[in-house]
Design a protein around this ligand. Structure first.
Ligand SMILES: Nc1ncnc2c1ncn2[C@@H]1O[C@H](COP(=O)(O)OP(=O)(O)O)[C@@H](O)[C@H]1O
Ligand SMILES: [Mg+2]
Length: 572
């Protein structure tokens, strides 16, 4: 509730004007049956054509006014809903962008996507509808009752007798129905999750011929959603027919009672006509009010889900930490880490690099190589140990400053639907010379030159219109551009042939003397010239030294090297 009020607050002025217009329009609507009754009972008996026409014109003006005022008010309501939702969506998006990797893992992407889409849509819908009906329905209900009381109190009693039935129905149906909608939203989240996995994994699914399995999985969750939706809607759909039943029964009673009263001369035919209109107006108003409750509860559930994200507190703060004076550029001191409790990913990892040195990391898939990089960039906080850059604990370095030190080519890095130049520049305003130079080093120049549009060649989403090797070279160019303090190549060479890989390493050796480099590789040839090599196995350091040292003392390393000898020779 607070969230809604907060985001609508800037539009209170506009909203009040809209609501006032709505109010006036609604009063017009309320007056119409009353005027009709007046014409039938008081004007027609006079048999004065001019007066009949005059009152007819009054009625037409009132109806036109009612329509126009309602349209104007509804439009204003939509604008308020649109603008407040826009700023909410903006804030939510910004918040999600700044969530830590850990928080993203905890929420999961699908629920964040649905909060950003379905829930903001519900928010918008609720705010719009509340302005349209929130004031109109109560006025129609109360105004209707007041007018009917003045017209004929006895007939009003018939109406009032039916009311408790309606209220009870609404209450019980809503009480059962509303939690069903909340549950439905959760099922939809899961459906989105399955669809997402399916689409991202579609290649694997095809390759393994798992289409049937995936279709069954989708059908199962789709079934659950359909069932949840059916139950929710079935429950709520009892409302309208029951209301109609009450309405018609009520009308029958009104006609019966009024027949007696007209005969007895206690009421007039015009009043009866007006009464039937009010009866419909009042019951419809009650229906609208129940819809408002359903709408509100859905909207509030969505607002809650949004608010939870907005109120997520930063879990990684910049802390004051000791600083040591050292000639080491990067230091890991007995670093241990797990993504969640009970799991062991990295165990007491230590290494030191001087400025300009190169570290090679080698180890099987899943041994924690990429995790070391994520920790160095402080995408996650470590459990034990210390990571220093230039002697400073990375927990004390502001994020922008920290992240500006790195040029990174991750294993599963992403290219955006933009030009090649912009994919390398990445919003850093680098001079074009620097971009061209980086593609030269990354051995990407040749293929870019062969494209018609060259650097202005537009990539499709995720760079799908490039080959794996071409993508990798653009990603490496991005990492090299701007001569970062720390360069990280995470398994970048696996998509390159040996020759290109060797050329890339030569370029880095010859032109990046001031850059401290970490290379993660599967091939010994990619890292054999590194100043230090770290051999990782299941999160443990099982070897650390130069290539020659490891060849002498580390059996595991020697075995990998020997099994790759063929490749080694080609690479020279
Ligand atoms: N976000 C994450 N949440 C939980 N576990 C993760 C996450 N990322 C990686 N892991 C796990 O951590 C281990 C090491 O992963 P990673 O560092 O990517 O290995 P490598 O790069 O050596 O292949 C793996 O077992 C992987 O499943
Ligand atoms: Mg990895």
């Amino acid at each position: 509730m607070k969230l809604m009020i907060d985001y609508v607050r800037p539009y209170f002025g506009k909203m009040s004007i809209g609501l006032f217009i709505k109010f006036t329009g609604t009063i017009m609507d309320l007056l119409l049956p009353w005027i009709l009754a007046y014409i039938i009972d008081n004007v027609i008996p006079l048999k004065n054509m001019n007066r009949i026409i005059l009152w007819g014109i009054v009625m037409i003006i009132c109806s036109i006014l009612a329509v126009i005022l309602n349209i104007v008010a509804n439009r204003m309501a939509s604008k308020v809903a649109r603008d407040s939702t826009e700023s909410l969506r903006h804030d939510l998006f910004k918040k999600i962008t700044y969530l830590s990797a850990n928080q993203l893992d905890t929420y999961g992407i699908p629920t964040l996507v649905s909060r950003l889409t379905t829930d903001t849509y519900n928010f918008n819908h609720t705010i719009g509808r509340m302005q349209r009906m929130g004031i109109r329905a109560p006025i129609l209900l109360l105004g209707g009752i007041v007018i009917t009381l003045t017209l004929d109190p006895v007939l009003t009693l018939v109406l009032i007798a039916i009311m408790p039935l309606i209220v009870a129905t609404v209450y019980f149906v809503s009480k059962k129905g509303i939690p069903l909608f909340t549950q439905l939203q959760e099922e939809v989240d899961q459906l989105i999750q399955v669809v997402r996995e399916n689409i991202t994994g579609s290649r694997v699914i095809k390759a393994l011929s798992k289409e049937n399995y995936e279709q069954n999985r989708f059908m199962r969750i789709n079934d659950t959603v359909v069932k949840a939706e059916t139950t929710a809607n079935m429950t709520m759909s009892v409302n309208s027919p029951l209301m109609n039943l009450f309405l018609n029964t009520g009308l029958t009673f009104v006609i019966l009672v009024s027949a007696f009263r007209v005969n007895a001369g206690t009421t007039q035919p015009g009043v009866i006509v007006a009464f039937m209109s009010y009866f419909t107006i009042i019951l419809n108003a009650m229906l609208s009010i129940t819809r408002i409750f359903v709408l509100m509860s859905r909207g509030l559930a969505s607002a809650d889900r949004i608010q939870t994200v907005l109120e997520t507190e930063a879990d990684m703060l910049i802390e004051k930490k000791d600083e040591i004076s050292t000639e080491q550029h990067i230091q890991f001191e007995q670093v241990s880490f797990s993504y969640y409790q009970g799991q062991k990913i990295l165990n007491e990892i230590s290494f030191s690099l001087k400025k300009g040195e190169t570290l090679g990391i080698i180890g099987p898939t899943g041994s924690g190589k990429t995790t070391i990089i994520k920790l160095l960039m402080r995408l996650y906080d470590i459990d034990r140990g210390t990571i220093r850059i230039n002697g400073k604990n990375i927990k004390s370095i502001p994020f922008e400053e920290l992240h500006s030190l790195f040029g990174v080519a991750f294993q599963k890095d992403i290219l955006f639907a933009d030009t090649i130049a912009e994919n390398i520049n990445f919003g850093r305003d680098l001079p074009i010379d620097e971009i061209i130079r980086s593609t030269d080093f990354a051995q990407a120049d040749e293929f870019i030159d062969s494209l018609n549009a060259g650097f202005e060649h537009r990539l499709s989403t995720k760079g799908a219109n490039l080959s794996g090797g071409q993508k990798q070279r653009v990603i490496i160019s991005r990492a090299l551009a701007g001569e970062p303090d720390i360069l990280i190549l995470d398994d970048s060479s696996s998509a390159l042939d040996y020759k290109t890989d060797a050329k890339l390493r030569n370029a880095i050796n010859n032109h990046f003397h001031q850059t401290t480099t970490i290379i993660i590789a599967q091939r010994i040839s990619s890292i054999r010239n590194a100043d230090h090599i770290l051999v990782l196995e299941e999160g443990n350091m099982v070897g650390y030294g130069t290539h020659d040292e490891l060849m002498k003392i580390n059996e595991g390393y020697r075995e990998i090297s020997q099994s790759q000898m063929g490749g080694d020779k080609v690479a020279g």
